[in-house]
Design a protein around this ligand. Structure first.
Ligand SMILES: O=C(CO)COP(=O)(O)O
Ligand SMILES: O=C[C@H](O)COP(=O)(O)O
Ligand SMILES: [Zn+2]
Ligand SMILES: [Zn+2]
Length: 310
């Protein structure tokens, strides 16, 4: 099956009240771990590429690796640009065969965000590509940009309706208290479900996206710290909250940090336990396995997209 857009999978997810996992990919082992899990769970999957990933791996290598995953499986796979910051990178990815792009104008004033998003929608829709946009600001780190907590802002439900109507965008990332990275909450985790419910009420049948949705499994935090790493106090979004979000119109749940933690914890452990090993296939293989197990759990027990192939 060739790459697909997220259109049908979101519609099905919306009706079935589950979500599709969107996982950030940076190299072969990460892609294989994610896709291996999706195969075992018979689940569609979104592989997303950030500007940082394109810079790290080289856009051609990444695209070819995703093409290999498509050729090697019968899964519906979406190739998505994560946090496109301007029209040019969105255009480059549309031209490059991506089936979905995100234009992230969330840092811009409302009218400018609308104008930029509309420009990307016009270009992408003309070529069969779907578009995600963002309204409201998440706290946390994204590429080189750090948004301080004081500058974060929840999505305004009325603005969300106007934004969707005026841009014609296919899905919308909203801010309800999640944030990028491994340190999401200082005290008790809290998301603003009132805002989410309001948006769902005003925009029925419209797919919403949750960024910063890693749950930061404590087993990886502990392993990382135990084997010489330093991520004390790392905390994510409780899995229960993600399940709840999927019931309220959130069709795409973004996960990057959990992949990083799974891989890092397993490689750190391997280095300490087997100091004589210097074959990258050994420890990268363990990293890939850790990712596959984590993603399989996520798909099956949190997102609920197992056995939903189109
Ligand atoms: O939103 C993300 C990618 O766009 C990833 O969020 P996490 O940092 O919570 O994994
Ligand atoms: O939202 C950001 C993703 O986690 C991607 O991170 P990155 O820009 O470091 O690749
Ligand atoms: Zn953003
Ligand atoms: Zn994000």
């Amino acid at each position: 099956m060739p790459l697909v857009t997220s259109k049908e999978m979101f519609q099905k997810a919306y009706e079935g009240k589950y979500a599709i996992g969107a996982f950030n990919v940076n190299n072969m082992e990460i892609i294989q771990g994610i896709v291996g899990a999706a195969q075992l769970e018979k689940s569609p999957v979104i592989l997303q590429v950030s500007a940082g990933a394109r810079k790290y791996a080289n856009p051609i290598y990444l695209r070819k690796l995703v093409e290999a995953a498509v050729e090697d499986t019968d899964l519906p796979i979406v190739l998505h640009l994560d946090h496109g910051e301007n029209f040019e990178i969105c255009k480059a990815c549309v031209d490059d065969g991506f089936t979905s792009v995100m234009i992230d104008g969330s840092h811009l004033p409302f009218e400018e965000n609308i104008a930029l998003t509309k420009k990307v929608v016009d270009y992408a829709h003309g070529r069969g590509v779907v578009v995600e946009a963002e309204l409201g600001r998440l706290a946390g780190i994204e590429d080189a940009v750090r948004v301080e907590e004081k500058d974060a802002a929840f999505t305004d439900p009325d603005q969300a309706v106007e934004f969707v109507e005026r841009t014609g965008v296919d899905s919308l990332a909203i801010a309800i208290g999640t944030s990028h990275g491994a340190f999401k909450f200082k005290g008790e985790p809290r998301l603003n479900f009132e805002i989410l419910e309001k948006i769902t009420e005003l925009l029925p049948n419209f797919p919403l996206v949750l960024h910063g949705a890693s749950s930061v499994p404590q087993e990886f935090v502990e392993l990382t710290n135990q084997y010489g790493g330093k991520v004390p106090g790392a905390q994510g979004v409780p899995e229960e909250m993600l399940r709840k979000a999927a019931k309220f119109g959130v069709c795409k749940i973004n996960i990057d940090t959990d992949l990083r933690l799974a891989m890092t914890a397993s490689i750190r452990k391997a280095f300490v336990e087997s100091p004589e090993v210097f074959d990258p296939r050994k420890y990268l293989g363990l990293g890939r396995e850790a990712i596959q197990n984590m993603v399989q759990h996520k798909i099956r027990d949190v997102l609920g997209s197992s056995n939903t192939l189109l």
